[in-house]
Design a protein around this ligand. Sequence first.
Ligand code: SAH
Length: 239
Amino acid sequence: MSLPRFFAPEIRPGEPLELAPDEAHHLRDVLRLREGERVLLLNGKGQEFEAEVVKVRREGVWVFPKRLSRSEPKSALRLEILIPLLKGGRTEFLVEKATELAVTRVFPFTSRYTVRSPSDRTHERFRRRAIQALKQSGRLWLPEVEPPDELENILPRLRSGKRYFAYEKGGQPVAQVFETLPEDLILATGPEGGFSEEEAELFERYGFVPVDLGPYILRAETAAFFLMSVWRYHTLGLE
Ligand code: SAH
């Protein structure tokens, strides 16, 4: 069993560090660690540090980072995904899968047929889920989880890259997307209600090619999970 991992965005070996409340809660109340125990700290920016728990109090938890224990280079293969706001924790599920599957950046969006609207806490929920998945999976790069926004506001902000959107009304066969894997890939999938024709046109205006995921209608979360899994499969062995 490896040492428990905690997240802290700024870690400097030799300088004691107070964990953020969520992480302190995890260490103190969930895992019930004590002073003197060894832990790992992740900064989400490719580094993991060995550390010791130095103070466990109701008011806060302090750890002492000792040395860099592992680092992971930034991958040249980038996947950015646009995923809809879905009910029942299904967007949270997709953020978790995206983290495990090495996705670079996640844009949760609302569109004509999304049925969940974001609250003040939605972005933080998604970020927390990514941090949990990072700690559990051992990945060292935290995906960038953008605040939820309307699809039409996100499209103009995207960086360059090959762009595809899964379109239930038809498009290029999905196998062609992965024939030669581009370094920068952007993939979008729609909500339960699908994309409107206006949205399909908007995508095409921003250089997105429609993609067909086969003869069956996949649920919104299946379509997104399927595409990120296939991308991950193709990146393994290339890095
Ligand atoms: N309500 C729509 C289906 C939406 S499925 C209808 O009945 O037609 C949710 C999303 O998953 C879609 O917007 C699309 O992005 C993706 N998707 C599901 N099945 C797909 C398929 N066979 N081909 C392409 N995209 C698909």
